[in-house]
Design a protein around this ligand. Structure first.
Ligand SMILES: [Ca+2]
Length: 212
């Protein structure tokens, strides 16, 4: 019986330990248990020898990844005086929409973009924004349906009637200062502009670590 169980002991491990205990002497069992304990100690020593973070890496510090939303204004130019549909598609293609220019600060950014793109004062050339009176003549609203609120019409504008249901921004011309608004055609052509302002939200990822 014990010979058989010893043979099993050489083939099996944990299960065999129980079999051995039923026939082996107490000393044999103790020796076996001791060898298992020594194996555990050896394994534990290997774990404590693993590399650890140096003090320089370990801190103290706070690390973060953030994705702030930034409202970006962009100007897209065309080789022709664009209509609203083409302008809207151009903004859509960069992940944005035709821009609402709802504050003086945004109007200043629009002026800066016109200068940057090479637009010059005195030319009938500006960029379309997302303002329209297509629903009710003279009732200017942003395409979202929101009322106009802030505006920068000069005293003589808007004056285009039903032929001018879109709006844009120009640099100085005809006694008007940079950034004045003009009602223009939504259909393109001679009474329209060769550019559009687009707004889009960008989320540049920022990663950094700082000391708390
Ligand atoms: Ca109109």
């Amino acid at each position: 019986m014990c010979m058989t169980r010893r043979l099993k002991h050489t083939v099996l491990s944990a299960v065999t330990l129980v079999l051995v205990s039923s026939c082996a002497t107490h000393a044999e069992y103790h020796q076996h248990s001791l060898s298992l304990h020594q194996a555990d100690v050896s394994k534990s020593s290997q774990q404590t020898a693993m590399p650890k973070l140096s003090d320089e890496v370990a801190g103290p510090k706070v690390c973060r990844i953030s994705e702030p939303e930034i409202q970006q204004l962009e100007l897209i130019t065309f080789t022709y005086n664009t209509n609203y549909d083409d302008a809207s598609e151009a903004c859509w293609n960069i992940g944005g929409a035709v821009a609402d220019i709802t504050t003086p600060a945004l109007n200043q950014r629009a002026i800066a973009l016109l200068h940057k793109a090479g637009f010059a004062p005195g030319l009938y050339a500006g960029a379309m924004m997302n303002l329209t009176d297509s629903q009710v003549e003279g009732n200017w609203r942003w395409a979202s349906g929101e009322p106009q609120g802030y505006s920068n019409w000069p005293q003589s504008e808007p004056n285009g009637g039903r032929g001018a249901n879109c709006a844009g921004i120009e640099l100085a011309r005809g006694g008007h200062a940079d950034g004045w608004w003009n009602d223009i055609s939504c259909e393109g052509g001679g009474d329209a502009y060769p550019a559009v302002f687009c707004s889009l939200v960008v989320t540049p990822m920022q990663e950094d670590c700082v000391s708390p």
